[in-house]
Design a binder for this molecule. Structure first.
Ligand SMILES: O=C(O)CCC(=O)C(=O)O
Ligand SMILES: [Fe+2]
Length: 311
């Protein structure tokens, strides 16, 4: 089965509340997508392609600077949020059995006033555009989480009440801009990819892509190419949500391969990784106790240790 496309217009960010009938329809569509595929394209979310292009533009300006200028903004150099900041090429291994991923990233993980941002001379508009987009993604995520709870027959607030602190340092939700530079395939290491096979860690991920390149694993085990649909937001279930729903919703492996030999294109994407509040205790929502309870914060630290190496 390919990735379903769902019209989210009835609950778009430019609309007020959704009617019961519309909520029912959306719930049904999301439940099918998330139980069978784990990924869905949402159209008419209210987040426009122009907004996405603006964030990608300002992110690219940041990435195209020399490394010395990006170094002061490195991940792990911000005391109040160790996940905030720049990740250099080949630092992260989303599949720890492969060499470092051929990508750079910038994590907007903290909106705390103490965070130091690139100056407006270096990258005009960087802070404002990233933080504004973070808020837009947060609003959409909360709407999607509400529909998801409804689709499982749960109290509609069950996920919302555990995602109250998005945008504070007591919640790990992160807007990540990714930049995949041109690849010289002769120089790439054995087994190296742009982004190794992995599943995401938290509740759901919103993904925006400038071009094709993402592959998603089907139940049969084969990887299929995800199309790039301008204006649509690709949403996937992440691992904590799979635990939470006792495997009802599936978190599936995905990856970005190297471009074909001779293709010197760059690629950009943005992922909004939605994470429950650090202190939220995640227990199977059907009462089955299929997985032991875990707090979202502890779970996230464990997963970071796998992708960056244990410190
Ligand atoms: O770049 C992409 O399209 C996917 C990135 C991704 O899956 C991730 O960063 O978790
Ligand atoms: Fe991912």
């Amino acid at each position: 089965m390919s990735i379903p496309v769902v019209d989210f217009g009835a609950y778009s960010l430019s609309e007020g509340d959704v009617t019961d009938e519309q909520l029912h329809k959306l719930s049904k569509e999301l439940r099918t997508a998330f139980t069978e595929v784990g990924f869905v394209f949402l159209q008419n979310t209210g987040i426009t392609q122009e907004e996405v292009d603006r964030v990608m533009g300002v992110s690219k300006e940041f990435f195209l600077q020399p490394d010395e200028l990006k170094q002061p903004f490195s991940r792990r150099s911000f005391a109040n949020n160790l996940n905030h900041g720049w990740v250099s090429l080949e630092t992260e291994r989303l599949n720890p059995r492969r060499p470092g991923d051929l990508k750079e990233a910038f994590n907007t993980a903290s909106l705390h006033p103490d965070i130091k941002w690139p100056s407006s001379d270096a990258v005009p508009g960087f802070q404002g555009i990233q933080t504004c987009f973070f808020q837009r993604c947060k609003e959409l995520s909360l709407r999607v989480l509400r529909v998801m709870a409804h689709s499982l027959g749960l109290d509609p607030e069950v996920f919302l009440s555990t995602h109250q602190l998005i945008g504070t340092d007591e919640n790990g939700t992160t807007l990540r801009s990714l930049y995949y530079p041109p690849v010289n395939s002769e120089k790439a290491k054995e087994g190296q990819l742009r982004c190794g096979e992995h599943s995401d860690y938290g509740s759901i991920t919103l993904l925006f892509q400038s071009s094709e390149g993402l592959q998603v694993r089907r139940r049969s085990g084969e990887f299929i190419c995800a199309p790039s649909i301008p204006g649509a937001v690709l949403i996937n279930i992440a691992d904590l949500m799979q635990r939470w729903t006792s495997d009802h919703f599936v978190s599936v492996l995905h990856r970005v391969l190297l471009p074909p030999a001779g293709d010197s294109n760059t690629r950009q994407s943005m992922a909004f990784f939605v994470q429950p509040d650090d202190a939220a205790l995640i227990t199977c929502c059907d009462g089955s106790n299929k997985y032991p309870p875990v707090t979202a914060g502890d779970y996230l630290i464990e997963r970071f240790n796998d992708s960056y190496g244990r410190s």
